[in-house]
Design a binder for this molecule. Structure first.
Ligand code: N1C
Length: 246
């Protein structure tokens, strides 16, 4: 009996054991229905399996992105930099207002995971995966997915940046390097920055780096920035209209 009980407890836990990316990927993917998850896993694997883990370029994920293209969700698309926890804590409660890359099948399935292959092996590994070389499997995926997600951006776009850093618009971030430059006018009408202000904030909307963000935007895209210190409020009160979140 005790074995049955242990099995019943461990079964569901092991199903999403992060040391087994395949089962995590498949179980997360299944929550979306409408996708052939086995086929997506196959398209994912081909990007890095049997390759030197420092030799997986961004384009290796083209077939994966093509197999699960991002759908434009005008006026709801949310981007972020250095605010991952706040953003997802918030979008989880207000899916009606905003969607992030992690709310799409690929972003959701791979969020927080580590993976790499090895030359001469057909396996997926989670330990000793390099992140310090340019063409590593994890960074290349996020760059490719971020580019594809930004490519379909439309309408009024939101970005949550962090007032807890000295440079909220960090030129080395994926948001700056990959996403902002892909927003196209007139498909994208505006970029609206929500500056997350927590206690002991180091910057706000007046920060000089935001002038660079404004300049980096293609002409025709309107820019705005708002310092928001009570981000939770909109998340905890579902009756607040999206427009009046801040
Ligand atoms: O480099 P960043 O942030 O500016 O990237 C964030 C930006 C978002 O707008 C997303 O659309 O780029 C996209 N994105 C993810 O969705 C994502 N999920 C998980 C980029 N990176 C993502 N990750 C991991 O976080 C990934 O490992 C990458 O290196 C970090 C980047 O976090 P950041 O510096 O706060």
């Amino acid at each position: 009996l005790s074995i049955v009980i242990i099995g019943a407890v461990l079964g569901p836990v092991l199903q999403t054991n992060e040391s087994d990316p395949k089962s995590t990927f498949l179980s997360r993917c299944k929550k979306f229905n409408q996708y052939d998850c086995q086929r997506l896993w196959g398209a994912f694997e081909q990007a890095y399996v049997n390759k030197d883990p420092c030799n997986v370029p961004v384009q290796a994920y083209d077939p994966l992105i093509a197999a699960a293209p991002f759908k434009p969700q005008c006026n709801k698309m949310m981007f972020w930099s250095k605010t991952k926890v706040v953003v997802h804590g918030f979008t989880e409660k207000r899916k009606d207002c905003f969607v992030t890359l992690e709310d799409t099948v690929l972003g959701y399935a791979l969020n927080g995971l580590t993976w790499c292959g090895k030359k001469g092996s057909n396996g997926t590994f989670t330990t000793a995966c390099p992140r310090n070389c340019e063409n590593n499997p994890v960074d290349s995926f996020w760059i490719r997915a971020s580019a594809a997600y930004a490519d379909v951006a439309c309408g009024d776009v939101t970005a949550m940046l962090s007032g807890s850093t000295i440079t909220p618009f960090d030129p080395t971030s994926t948001f700056a390097k990959v996403e902002v430059t892909r927003f196209k006018a007139p498909k994208v009408r505006s970029l609206n920055v929500v500056m997350v202000i927590q206690k002991n904030a180091k910057s706000n909307c007046k920060n000089a780096s935001l002038q660079k963000l404004k300049k980096a935007l293609h002409t025709g895209i309107t820019y705005s920035c708002k310092d928001v210190s009570r981000i939770q409020e909109c998340g905890s009160k579902p009756q607040i209209a999206c427009k009046t979140c801040w």
